[in-house]
Structures are given as C-alpha cells and as structure tokens.
Design a protein. Structure first.
Length: 492
C-alpha cells in the first residue's frame, strides 16, 4: 500500500470512527425498554434493548464502508450488540490513529457471552444438548402413541428430544399414557426427553359441515354459510355450510372481512352477516379446490375477536399439564398480561415441585408487535422459548410476509437469548408419504438456525425424525445461527 492509499484509508477510518461513536451513543440514548421495569437486571433484555434501538436505523451504507476496511459489518451482532460496536470502534481507532477515548476492546468471553446465555437458556428449557447437533427435534404424538410404548420408543431411538402432546385432541387418560411411554423410552435410551403439552386456546375450527356434494371441494366463487348456534344449512343459492367451534365468531364478522381456512389453503371474504350466520365467498384457493371438512382451522386477520387466550377447557387441562408435562405450549398469547393470566391459573391449581418451562406460540399480529415485551415478562418466570407457529401466522399475516417475519423472530429471540422453535409443515410430505420434496428439505435445513424444529404426526414420522437427525447433524458443521462456519469442504 502506497502513502496515498494509507492516508485515504486513515481518513476513511477516522470518519467512520466518528460515525460509530455517534451510533453507539444513539443506541444508549434510545434504549428505554430495559430501563422501564422490563427485567432491567437481565443482561439478555439489556442486549435486546440495544438491538431494538440499533434496528430503528438503516445502517446499510455504514456496513459497506466497514467491509471495505476489512472490519465487521455488524451483520451478525444479535447476541452481542455493544461488544461488537466497541470492537469495531477500537479497531477504527487503531486504523485511524484517533486519540479520542475509545471503548475498551471486549474480552473474548464477554464478546461471546450472549451465545453462552442462549446455550444456557436452551439447556434449561430442553435439557442436555444432543451429541451431534445443537438443534433439538420435537415430535407431535398421534393418538396411537397412547396405545403402547413401541411408537414412542422408535421415535426416541430415531432422535426425538421433545414429545409434544396437543391438548386439542385426545383426553387426559391418553395424555397420561403418552407421558408414561415417553418417560419409559427416555429411560431405555438413556436420554432426557421432555414432554410439551400444548393447550389449545380459542382456536376456531369448522364443526359439522353440509353440502350438496358428498365430498365438497370449494372453488373460487363458491359461497359458504357459517352458522353460530345451529346445524349447517344449505339452499339453492348457498350450496355449502359449516358450523364453527366458536359461535360468537360469526356475530363479530363484518362485511369485507377476510377469512383464511386450513392454514391458508383457502381465502374468502364475508359477503353478508345476519343474526346467527354469515355468508362468505371464496376468493382464492389451491388448484383443484380445497376440501370442506370438520376440524379445520379458521383465521380471521381483519376481525377483532377480543378473546382470552385461555378457555374454560384450557383451565381444566392445566391440571393434567402440571401433573405430566415439563413444558407448557401457550397458544394465542399476545400480551405480557396473558402470561400473568396463565400464572394465576397455575397458582390456583397448585404448582408442581418442578418449574414448568413456557413456550409462547407466536401466531397473531399482536404477538409480533408485543414480542419484546412478552420476552421480557416471560424470562422473569423461568425457562422460556418461542415457537414460530408458521401455519397460523401465515394465515394471519399472509404468506408473502411469513418468510420475512420468521427471520425477524429468530433475530429478536437471539438478541434476548431465547430458544426458538421452527414449527409447522416441516418435512410434511416426508411425514405423510415417506418421501420429502426438495423444497421442504431446504426448509428443514434452514431450521438448523433455530434451537428446536417441530415435526407433525404422520405414517412416516419415525423415518422423518431419523432423516432430520442426520440433516441437523450435517448442518451443525456449516452454520451457527446467522454465522456460516467454515469447516473443510470435501467435495472439491
């Protein structure tokens, strides 16, 4: 490098040094979240606060200027906001010869303290780390898992780390049997396998259906009558009808409100509303139409329902959750107060001797808006994680925004040292048909950036767990969160 190039680099480094010092102070001035009563003693929440303050600014040009000097672009600072900025400022001061007081160069342990916090939080929630991968595998147990130990043992041997029991299905006797078989399988395999019981919440589903067709398949332009407190009714103008699991839903619809059915496979709009029924018109559906069936989910992205996340059924189910589970899956949680509501109900039931971990399922727009406050409140109570419930979330915010939001949730959770679960339709074709698609294999590989990945039930779920175990093991050598890890390549 000649003298002119050296001078140019020195001048640029000095300019960027000034900009970075200003940015650091702007972050400190803008970090009001952790100092307003939200877990101010928790370094993870302080780091989250700094991350939120930073991400209110567009620093893309600054990133490129840093890269041109061979310095960190700050593109992977989620778990270490101030340590990264301080390291960059220190390096810029050395390059530029600036004598102004600079932050001390962070010690290596301090620089990676956020990663250590995340690992500790993950172990507290899910138990010991598997031997060949950091990402745990969660499996939703089918009803037949209550009939005998064989399926659960096969899943455990294939690599299952967490068994999920969906309290929307089966009954307490079945849940107790499933839990016993999980504990037995864990003993046989010599592994710590956690039990997650997922309380259903006010999930809206179709009930009884009626149609002129024996197996109704809805097409664009079809009308469907939704009924609140009566049997489904069809006529010559409306050829399909369905009852709903939450009757008051029908009375709160307005003309023009959108409705999404079966994880977004169909979208309709409300055409008319009467006292106890609403007529919807199908606007979009998959090629060949979508089957109208009972027990399929309904999402209402435009309708304010004002529902509590805990139903009467949930409150009764929590007694069995306390008896059997290690973790509670909390559906439709949207505000910090919802966590207080859950803790109040648990206290009325009487807490077990062990601390139950909490998984907040992020599936509604309000939960996205309140995610930092939810995290700050939940981290105060004990082991906590976030599930990206991609099915309901996509149905609420739209498929186009889902890819973007699932990334942002991962970033926010990493900044707060919160384990994240990548859920819904992972390896769905593999689980159901025994052969994965190329697209879902790529999706599953992306899940290696989360602390846990969830599979649903299906005939080939054991084979899917085994495949996922191998895939996560390979991806473990290539990526940690957003950071590629460069092991030696063997293909060239």
């Amino acid at each position: 490098m000649n003298m002119r190039e050296t001078t140019d680099a020195t001048i640029r480094a000095a300019e960027i040094h000034t900009e970075m010092v200003t940015l650091r102070q702007t972050i400190l001035d803008g970090a009001s979240f952790s100092s307003s009563g939200h877990g101010e003693a928790d370094p993870a929440i302080v780091n989250l606060d700094h991350y939120l303050a930073l991400r209110r600014h567009d620093i893309r040009l600054l990133q490129r200027r840093l890269m041109a000097l061979g310095l960190s672009s700050m593109g992977r600072l989620e778990s270490r906001v101030l340590p990264t900025i301080d390291a960059v400022i220190h390096a810029l001061a050395s390059l530029s010869g600036v004598r102004a007081e600079a932050p001390a160069m962070p010690e290596e342990a301090d620089f990676f303290a956020g990663e250590a916090r995340l690992e500790a939080s993950t172990i507290a929630l899910f138990g010991t780390t598997p031997a060949s991968r950091r990402t745990r595998i969660m499996v939703t147990l089918p009803s037949q898992a209550a009939e005998g130990p064989d399926l659960t043992l096969d899943l455990a041997r294939a690599g299952m780390d967490v068994a999920r029991i969906n309290c929307a299905h089966d009954d307490p006797e079945a849940w107790r049997a499933m839990t016993a078989f999980v504990r037995e399988a864990a003993g046989v395999c010599g592994r710590d396998i956690k039990v997650l019981m997922d309380i259903a919440g006010p999930k809206i589903r179709t009930g009884e259906v009626a149609s002129v067709d024996k197996k109704p398949r809805l097409q664009i332009g079809d009308r469907v009558r939704l009924v609140a407190n009566a049997a489904p009714r069809i006529d010559e103008k409306v050829l399909h009808s369905a009852a709903v699991s939450l009757p008051e839903m029908v009375t709160r619809l307005s003309v023009g409100d959108r409705l999404r059915y079966d994880d977004g496979k169909l979208e309709a709009v409300v055409e008319s509303v009467a006292a106890e029924e609403a007529i919807i018109v199908v606007r979009r559906t998959k090629s060949g139409g979508t089957r109208l069936k009972p027990e399929k989910g309904i999402n209402l992205p435009d309708t304010a329902l004002g529902l509590s996340p805990l139903t009467t059924k949930d409150e009764a189910d929590l007694e069995m959750v306390i008896e059997c589970a290690d973790l509670i899956g909390y559906s439709f949680v949207s505000r910090p107060e919802d966590i207080d509501l859950l803790d109040d109900v648990l206290a009325r039931h009487g807490r077990s001797d062990r601390q139950l971990g909490l998984i907040a399922k992020i599936e509604q727009p309000l939960a996205l808006t309140n995610l930092p406050a939810l995290i700050a409140r939940a981290r105060q109570r004990g082991p906590f994680g976030v599930m990206i419930a991609r099915g309901d979330l996509a149905a609420e915010i739209g498929f186009e925004r889902l890819a973007e939001m699932q990334e942002e949730i991962l970033w926010i959770c990493e900044a707060a040292s919160v384990p994240c679960i990548w859920a819904t339709q992972v390896l769905e074709d593999m689980v159901k048909q025994g052969i994965p698609t190329r697209g879902e294999m790529t999706d599953a590989a992306m899940a290696a950036r989360a602390e846990c990945v969830m599979l649903n039930k299906g005939p080939a779920v054991v084979e899917a767990v085994s495949l996922l175990d191998r895939l996560m093991g390979r991806m473990n050598d290539h990526v940690f969160k957003k950071t590629p890890t460069l092991r030696a390549l063997k293909s060239w």
